[in-house]
Design a binder for this molecule. Structure first.
Ligand code: DC
Length: 223
């Protein structure tokens, strides 16, 4: 049986970094479910499908040729064999992804693709509803969170390091708006599963977060 670890949480909680490191350390598969929503957002922009055209978006999901690669710790995404890793990481792609993630038909159409990642020894699945909806039977469920200020600050640093001109205040507003959309939607809202362990990473280094999760991995005898 494939062992499943789910890591859910809001954007900027550190779940992407932490999930990739755990998957690599345990030699488990890795599912970045947000990247699938982002792939759909990039694909819809490329094919000129309006974000309110649910049927058009569901059709896109059915035909979407998306592939992920881990290249030296770097997560790469290919859409129709074109590397769209930079495009999918923009704030705009994230906001569009969050808007389409609102629709139950779209969430349903992405379910099967997400569950296909559960094969082999193990899977680390990162997202918003991994522990609650996609893999409710997971062996270990983590909910990572951090204060809005800390998450905006992390994003600010990331963008400034990339040479982008951004304002911390505008980013804090974006984080707040995205939280509100992700937490308040009717279907699969962002919420910790009842049996998830919550870790607040606001004051923690990545190494400390990893240690805490590995303790849980050992306690559950997942390795
Ligand atoms: O994790 P991320 O920032 O790449 O995700 C982008 C958006 O996709 C997020 O704001 C909401 C949506 N999403 C979702 O609704 N459910 C998931 N499991 C993952 C992402």
């Amino acid at each position: 049986m494939t062992k499943i670890i789910t890591i859910d949480g809001p954007s900027g909680s550190g779940k992407g970094t932490v999930s990739r490191l755990i998957a690599s350390k345990l030699s488990f598969n890795y599912l970045d479910s947000g990247a699938l929503y982002r792939a759909l957002s990039v694909s819809s922009a490329r094919h000129g499908v309006n974000l309110r055209n649910i049927k058009g978006l569901v059709d896109l999901v059915e035909h979407m040729d998306v592939r992920f690669e881990m290249d030296d710790g770097n997560f790469q995404m290919f859409l129709d064999e074109i590397n769209v890793s930079d495009e999918m990481r923009t704030e705009d792609a994230g906001v569009r992804a969050s808007k389409i993630a609102f629709y139950p038909e779209i969430r349903e159409s992405l379910l099967k693709r997400q569950r296909k990642f559960a094969f082999g020894v193990g899977l680390v699945a990162d997202g918003r509803d991994m522990g609650t909806v996609v893999f409710p039977e997971a062996d270990l469920k983590i909910y990572l969170t951090a204060s809005i200020e800390e998450r905006a600050q992390r994003r600010y640093k990331e963008l400034i390091d990339k040479g982008e001109d951004v304002s911390l205040r505008a980013l804090a507003k974006q984080v707040r708006d995205r939280d509100a959309r992700d937490m308040n939607r009717e279907v699969s809202p962002l919420v910790a599963a009842d049996d998830a362990v919550t870790i607040d990473t606001s004051e923690m280094t990545v190494a400390r977060v990893l240690n805490s999760i590995f303790e849980l991995v050992h306690a559950k005898r997942l390795i």
